[in-house]
Ligand binder design. Structure first.
Ligand code: SF4
Length: 201
């Protein structure tokens, strides 16, 4: 168990990890389908360099890497009783998980590694795309699995035998999760991400 110290509470969360060949994940790729879903349902569509339609396919993004460590982080939502509205509980939980895993991944990458983030790129306060400028950090910015066209629900069921649960009006799931990846050229074991998560509070 890892712990996040917030203003209101100490929140516990889990992080599961699995390492597979990058090619294994290609079975979950359907870029056309997920680009369409983003276009129909996301306000970021076409407004960020890290989002569809500008994001590449998973297959082309990972072509220089042989292995991927997948990270699935989960928070039990009953820890957010100090927040009244259910959707704000999910928002707070996701924000805790996203900021921590993205920070840990950014800290461990080197010239032989890169990462797949938990959402659109947040390296700049406002993405340069909105003002019609080129990306400010073309060698550092990254993409989420969804933006690369990966069906994350099927991926987590297959790899961790765990479902993604979704908030609906009137229904607060037991937990919420985020999924990220660390791309590597070799299979050498790496525990740095978990160590960094342990140090973050
Ligand atoms: S680095 Fe900045 S400009 Fe580039 S995708 Fe990320 S937020 Fe946008």
């Amino acid at each position: 168990m890892f712990y996040a110290h917030t203003q209101n509470a100490i929140i516990g969360y889990t992080c599961e990890k699995s390492c597979v060949e990058t090619s294994y994940i290609m079975r979950f790729e359907d870029k056309k389908h997920f680009d369409k879903k983003c276009m129909e349902g996301c306000t970021n569509y076409g407004k960020k360099w890290s989002c569809p339609p500008y994001s590449p396919t998973y297959s082309s993004f990972v072509k220089d890497y042989n292995y991927i460590e997948i990270y699935m982080l989960c928070i039990e939502l009953n820890q957010f009783s100090y927040i009244k509205q259910d959707y704000l509980k999910v928002k707070a939980a996701n924000s805790i998980l996203k900021s921590r895993i993205d920070k840990a991944l950014r800290e461990v990458i080197n010239e032989n590694m890169f990462y797949i983030s938990t959402g659109s790129c947040r390296l700049c306060k406002s993405c340069n795309k909105k003002s019609g400028k080129v990306c400010a950090h073309p060698n550092l910015h990254t993409y989420s699995f969804e933006a690369l066209g990966i069906n994350v629900s099927n991926l987590t069921k297959d790899i961790f035998e765990k479902e993604l649960l979704w908030y609906r009006k009137g229904y607060l799931p037991n937990y919420t999760s985020v999924v990220a990846g660390l791309l590597k050229k070799d299979r050498i074991k790496n525990s740095r991400v978990l160590e960094v998560l342990d140090l973050l509070n």
